[in-house]
Ligand binder design. Structure first.
Ligand code: HEC
Length: 198
């Protein structure tokens, strides 16, 4: 402790004995050192260009495949779409009508009514697919072939984009089997001679 005080005192005396010129020299070199550090810092910024976010645009987007949620060692889960046939007899026409609100932004169902974003759905059951006159179907649905049977219609409504890959019907689907039965029963009614239930 004593020696520390002694050294401090000596430095103090040394500084006092320094000429004004020497003090100026020291100050000048401190300022120079600060300047050099600042300039180098800015140079670094200019070279690396940290303020611009062009990186975001040039970055590549990687499509990550849907993860399979099954446990290791377990077979991947197949999506099982429950059939509606057994439910149709006890399905609710009223609930089906209410559910149609999900479709009515894009579809009419009355006879001779106009096509909207989607085709008119009058007389749909057992009607050939993609056969409403004057409606511009997607290639995918136009080439699908066959008629709208009860089960095919229900499967389509489960997840339209899965049943007809490339369809332009933008609708996520009806996941509940009871909902599909109700709405298919409702659509069945929209015909002069409703097709007998399966
Ligand atoms: C956002 C609009 C939209 C909604 C909502 C929508 N659809 Fe569609 N739907 C379409 C379009 C567009 C097509 C034509 C698809 C194509 O050409 O690929 C279509 C096609 C169909 C077809 C095939 C008709 C044919 O002539 O072959 C059926 C059946 C159908 N929709 C039923 C429904 C039902 C039932 C709902 C409600 C649960 C629904 N859609 C909801 C737009 C919609």
């Amino acid at each position: 402790m004593l020696s520390f005080l002694f050294i401090s005192k000596k430095i103090y005396i040394d500084v006092l004995h320094m000429s004004g010129l020497e003090v100026n020299k020291i100050l000048a070199s401190i300022i120079l050192a600060i300047l050099v550090v600042t300039v180098i810092g800015h140079l670094g910024d200019i070279i690396v260009d940290t303020d611009h976010h062009d990186m975001e645009e040039t970055a590549y987007k990687i499509d990550v495949p849907e993860t399979d949620k099954s446990l290791p060692g377990e077979a991947p889960k197949e999506e099982i779409i429950e059939p509606i046939s057994l439910l149709l007899a006890s399905a609710s026409l009223e609930k089906g009508g209410k559910l149609f609100k999900k479709c009515s932004a894009c579809h009419n169902y009355e006879k001779d009514s106009a096509n909207k974003v989607g085709p008119n759905l009058w007389n749909l059951i057992n009607r050939p697919k993609a056969n409403v006159e004057g409606f511009a179907y997607s290639k995918a649905l136009a080439e699908y072939g066959g008629e709208w049977s009860y089960e095919e219609l229900a499967e389509f409504l489960y997840k339209p984009k899965k049943f007809v890959k490339g369809t332009k019907m933008n609708f996520a689907g009806l996941k509940k089997v009871q909902d599909r039965a109700n709405i298919v029963l409702f659509l069945r009614e929209q015909a002069e001679n409703p097709v007998p239930l399966p």
